[in-house]
Design a protein around this ligand. Structure first.
Ligand code: M6P
Ligand code: ZN
Length: 197
């Protein structure tokens, strides 16, 4: 039965996996859905040709997209690399710029990369138990730097909306690279590569 979210309810999380057990929508993003996201477009095409792996999966509870409601989702980013970068989400601003978000990390290791439209950037490390506060106006992208899945729960205003276009057009300033075996936040320009797609 489809939930209408007009009465109080519990939603179960599988704490071992870090995923919602009850949800209305699921999105699976493979490497081929992420053209233009990774700095090394040639490495991405190699990963796609080698089997186009699932990079991350998002399960969402979908209350009405109206002021006052809260959306809840779980994301699992599988471990993996594209060139010197690690598997990561597309990243987005909120269409309604007045909307913040919180991420509750349940499993794995990584970073949430943030930037605002005045050029400020921030990287918050993720590990089980971290609650990351994303203020309104900050774009956010999540990176799995570990060798096991990174899972986190996101909570945000249901009418926030996802703006992917701005990130695709301008890119994000910071990424995380494998620097001699150490996941290190760096300027994308440090990678010195052209994006494709
Ligand atoms: C989190 C939330 C979701 C988002 C997901 C994947 O779970 O922020 O709203 O959809 O991460 O990120 P993206 O939409 O940028 O691919
Ligand atoms: Zn968001």
């Amino acid at each position: 039965m489809r939930r209408t979210y007009d009465v109080p309810l519990n939603i179960l999380i599988d704490l071992a996996r870090g995923t919602l057990e009850e949800f209305e929508e699921e999105v699976v993003r493979r490497a081929s859905h992420l053209r233009g996201i990774f700095a090394d477009g040639v490495a991405l095409e190699r990963v796609i040709a080698a089997g186009d792996p699932v990079v991350y999966e998002v399960r969402s509870c979908t209350p009405p997209e109206a002021a006052g409601h809260l959306a809840i989702c779980s994301s699992v980013i599988h471990s993996g690399r594209v060139g010197l970068e690690y598997h990561m989400t597309k990243g987005h601003y909120h269409v309604n710029a007045a909307s913040g978000e919180i991420y509750i990390c349940v499993r794995g290791r990584g970073y949430v990369l943030l930037q605002d439209n005045s050029g400020r950037t921030e990287e918050l490390p993720l590990s089980p138990g971290t609650v990351s506060y994303v203020p309104p106006g900050w774009a956010h992208r999540t990176v799995n730097t570990g060798d096991s899945p990174l899972s986190f729960i996101g909570v945000y205003p249901a009418d926030a909306g996802h703006d992917y276009g701005t990130i695709l057009a301008t890119g994000m300033k910071r990424t995380v690279m494998d620097d001699g075996g150490v996941p290190t936040p760096v300027d994308v320009s440090r990678l010195g590569l052209k994006q494709t797609g």
